[in-house]
Design a protein around this ligand. Structure first.
Ligand code: FAD
Length: 393
């Protein structure tokens, strides 16, 4: 029969890989995509929903076109086990799927105990909103329900985590919303990192648009020494206990747990061979996106999409003998600070034996004029339309 590929996870990495393998192999490869949710909400632009710039429905996508137009066999279920010797994936529903190549793109899970007092059973009291959908909706509703002059706190994650500018774009969007509905409210960030992505750009923007609203406590002042009490709605930062109205806890992260179950992680992440995105521990498994330890690329949707195209080419080459070109990768992370005030950071990358290595990069500058910032924001709208088309057809 035809060679079989199973893809676990229908997000930025997995959906792209499933689409590119079917699209480019003209029916020569059977592709099954395993994804529990029928509607995938992108984390990208979920902050813009919080800020009031997008409807929630505009960031939800379904898998219908992958099935109807590309012939991807879409299975809505959880992968719960991988037998690497038998080369099979078992599903929560009881089915077993055989594969010649397996692609894992499960995104992230949270490191247990990373923020004392918090675990996923508390995520309704203190949302992470770091997997999009109901968590994002809940966080926004909590912000809208804050008392006048209330306090929103964020516990920011340590490196490495998905979307390096994501927490700070979120702060910008929360500030934008509060400026409209609750202008005397305050925002407090407890941050274990000495510095963060696009810091000078965010700090300039916060001063310009939201002066006096945002306070960040970094590691010099105990920002890494944080615990929470979801029942009391308090945050303890280095011994100082604050009562908060909303607490957005973004814990430390690790590869989606199916990677651990497959036995392909070292520490928190799955190491990969850059040229093909194959696991360093099993050549029949490719790993994409946030779950990987690959080198210089940030954990972003753009990166996962870029890595998926490299893996799709390598898988087709291995299974059908099609031509394989040298791997090239790229990434840009846009962030919206306020209306029409967009900034970006990005780079191109190549595969070395050791890692995905940065070739050259660019970043927005402080003091840019409003036309350029507006153009940067508009570029991000084009990118969103493009990547979701690239993932879902
Ligand atoms: P995901 O896209 O998370 O996909 C993983 C999928 O796997 C999920 O659908 C999940 O249901 C499924 N899954 C997990 N385990 C299993 C299992 N056992 N069986 C079956 N399915 C499973 N990136 C950008 O490029 N630009 C941005 O502007 C941007 N903004 C962001 C803002 C926020 C607030 C956040 C949180 C992230 C942002 N990102 C952005 C990052 C981006 O969302 C992730 O890097 C990207 O989604 C990673 O793709 P992935 O395929 O690794 O994982």
């Amino acid at each position: 029969g035809k060679p079989r590929v199973v893809v676990v996870g229908g997000g930025a990495g997995g959906a792209t890989a499933a689409r590119y393998i079917t699209k480019d192999s003209d029916g020569a490869i059977d592709v099954t995509l395993v994804e529990p949710t029928r509607a995938y909400y992108t984390c990208f632009f979920s902050n813009l929903y919080i800020g009031g710039f997008r409807e929630l429905s505009s960031i939800g996508h379904s898998y219908g076109t992958l099935a109807s137009d590309y012939g991807v066999n879409v299975v809505h279920d959880w992968a719960v086990g991988i037998d690497r010797d038998a080369k099979t994936v078992s599903l929560a529903g009881g089915a077993t799927l055989p594969y010649d190549r397996l692609i894992l793109s499960p995104g992230i899970d949270f490191v247990e105990g990373a923020v004392p007092g918090w675990d996923v059973s508390q995520q309704n009291k203190m949302p992470h909103a770091y997997k999009a959908g109901s968590q994002t909706e809940l966080l926004k509703a909590q912000i809208e329900a804050m008392p006048e002059g209330g306090l929103y706190a964020m516990v920011a994650p340590p490196n490495p985590y998905r979307c390096p500018p994501g927490p700070y774009e979120r702060i910008s969007m929360v500030a934008h919303l509060l400026t409209q509905i609750n202008p005397t409210a305050k925002i407090l960030i407890a941050d274990p990192k000495a510095k963060f992505s696009k810091q000078a750009l965010f700090e300039e923007g916060w001063q310009k648009h939201y002066g006096g609203m945002i306070e960040r406590i970094g590691p010099d002042f105990g920002g890494q020494n944080v615990s929470v009490n979801p029942d009391e709605m308090t945050v303890d930062i280095d011994g100082a206990v604050e009562a908060v109205d909303v607490c957005n806890v973004i814990p430390a992260q690790k590869a989606g747990r199916i990677c651990d179950m497959a036995g392909i992680t070292e520490g928190n992440w799955a190491p990969v061979v850059p040229a093909t995105m194959q696991s360093r521990l099993d050549e029949n498994i490719h790993v994409l996106g946030d779950a990987t330890n690959q080198g210089d690329m940030p954990k972003s949707g753009y990166s996962a999409n870029s890595q998926a195209k490299v893996a799709a080419m390598a898988v087709r080459g291995a299974l059908t003998g099609s031509k394989v070109f040298p791997a090239k990768f790229s990434n840009t992370c846009w962030s919206l600070i306020d209306t029409d005030d967009g900034v970006k950071v990005g780079a191109s990358y190549q595969a070395t034996d050791e890692k995905i290595a940065k070739v050259d990069g660019f970043i927005s500058q402080t003091g840019e004029d409003t036309d350029l910032r507006k153009a940067t924001y508009e570029e991000s709208l084009g990118w969103y339309a493009g990547i979701t088309e690239d993932m879902f057809g």
